[in-house]
Write a protein that binds this ligand. Structure first.
Ligand SMILES: Cc1cc2nc3c(=O)[nH]c(=O)nc-3n(C[C@H](O)[C@H](O)[C@H](O)COP(=O)(O)OP(=O)(O)OC[C@H]3O[C@@H](n4cnc5c(N)ncnc54)[C@H](O)[C@@H]3O)c2cc1C
Length: 413
């Protein structure tokens, strides 16, 4: 039996931040679309190969385009809505309530970040070949940085090399966790171009079309028991004498880490707001189940028990705190730039990831055996969103760098 739930979220956006009427309307439209068009597809999403859903998702994407809500965070001149980070954060939260949200509205990672990179650093030719079709949704992309044998937490230790040969780069290396590589048309690949250069000047970003000889997608890595497919997968790639023209260099040679850093600040707001959408969904499910599940012959529900009440109260408070912190960080980036918001960005990355893990876990626990099944979305969130504490900087790395920056101010006093 599949359990559906109706969503009843009271928006608080006007109370917390001054948001324009236009954005309130957009967020309202998106919440309604997610409830009516996407949540009913989740039963299929959880039981079928994702590729089987592509035709129906393409239909939904057409509706999104007609509603003029396509690619909310992409620049207007590229065909997006050009929302600010704070505005897109609110959209991302509404979309995050379903795993299908970002994909259908075309603001999913890693494409969203790749669009930003191509827009900022791409040549005219690169924009025509890769950016324009990517924004339209005609092609997909992936981002290949992390390596099997090297610590992703310290990416300056990359081993993948891109060596110049004639007019080409020849790339060799072993990457994994290249999200959505299956079915992607190209990979933005980080490779060492100057092994003797300064630590942060060794690596470059290079566009590698997925049909290039020597670009070998070896497998989709099983993650928490699922290999996934197409967009919902994480690839392992061996670059074996993979030859691409030097004109595929993205930005300047040796600037790979600088470009990656620029991409991470806004990317973390997108992730955190998506996670807050997950928190909201899990919270709604928890409250609904607590008020409906009868656990005594006299008709008392789970919600009459103090432990469950504590979980609900704690979750509500933690969600609100995490949300305010994240919206404030988005506001700071919009108004003062990402480098001035570094502390806030580090904070939200570990605060929101852990808040999400706690709330999803409590919601699952309240559902008992049902929570472990795929008859609700909770087990999916539990499996796949655990990774939030690892990618885009593990908790420990963010805490260490934040604490170091704080302590430095004491030393200087
Ligand atoms: C679902 C998922 C999707 C991903 N998508 C992509 C993608 O699209 N493209 C891409 O390039 N990569 C991607 N990644 C890879 C991700 O960025 C790396 O997994 C991450 O950077 C951590 O690197 P690592 O796995 O090599 O762990 P390691 O660097 O080996 O670290 C292991 C653990 O050590 C601890 N640790 C590390 N450094 C410190 C420290 N300084 N102090 C204390 N503890 C520390 C942390 O707990 C960390 O989790 C993805 C990962 C996941 C799980």
């Amino acid at each position: 039996m599949i359990f559906y739930e109706t969503i009843n979220i009271k928006e608080e956006i006007t109370v917390d931040f001054k948001i324009s009427g236009r954005i309130e309307t957009i967020v309202g439209m998106i919440n309604e679309f997610v409830d009516k068009e996407l949540i009913p597809l989740e039963a299929q999403f959880l039981t079928k190969d994702f590729r089987e859903l592509l035709p129906i998702l393409k239909e939904k994407q057409k509706i999104v385009k007609k509603m003029e809500l396509w690619a909310p965070n992409f620049p207007v001149e590229c065909g997006g809505m050009g929302l600010s980070l704070l505005e897109h954060g609110l959209v991302s939260e509404a979309l995050g309530r379903s795993p299908l949200g970002h994909y259908v509205f075309w603001c999913q990672a890693p494409d969203a970040g790749n669009v930003e990179i191509l827009h900022e650093h791409g040549t005219k030719e690169q924009k025509e070949m890769y950016l324009n079709p990517l924004v339209k949704g005609d092609i997909r992309s992936c981002f290949a940085m992390t390596e099997v044998d090297m610590p992703g937490s310290n990416p300056v230790m990359l081993e993948t090399t891109a060596v110049k040969d004639g007019d080409d780069y020849v790339i060799n290396g072993h990457k994994w966790y290249t999200t959505a590589a299956d079915g992607a048309d190209f990979a933005i690949t980080m490779a060492v171009t100057d092994p003797d250069g300064p630590t942060y000047g060794k690596a470059s970003m290079i566009i590698v079309p997925a049909d290039t000889k020597g670009f070998n997608l070896v497998r989709n890595i099983p993650v928490m028991g699922h290999e996934g497919s197409d967009y919902f997968s994480h690839g392992e790639i061996i670059f074996e004498s993979c030859r691409v023209p030097q004109k595929n260099l993205l930005g300047k040679e040796g600037k790979g880490f600088v470009i990656a850093q620029d991409r991470l600040g806004p990317g973390r707001i997108h992730h955190c707001m998506r996670w807050l959408g997950i928190c909201r969904r899990a919270f709604e499910l928890m409250c609904r189940r607590a008020s409906e599940r009868v656990i005594s012959p006299s008709g008392q529900t789970l919600g009459t028990r103090q432990t469950i009440q504590n979980w609900i109260a704690e979750s509500a408070a933690e969600l609100k705190a995490a949300r305010l912190l994240t919206l404030n960080s988005a506001w700071q980036i919009d108004n003062n730039g990402a480098s001035k918001a570094r502390d806030s960005i580090s904070m939200i990355k570990f605060v929101v990831a852990n808040t999400m893990q706690k709330i999803v876990d409590r919601a699952l626990q309240v559902h008992g055996g049902l929570g472990m099944t795929d008859d609700t979305i909770l087990a999916y969130f539990f499996r796949h969103e655990r990774a939030a504490r690892i990618y885009d900087g593990a908790d420990e790395v963010h805490k260490t760098s934040l604490a170091k920056r704080i302590l430095k101010t004491y030393k200087e006093l």
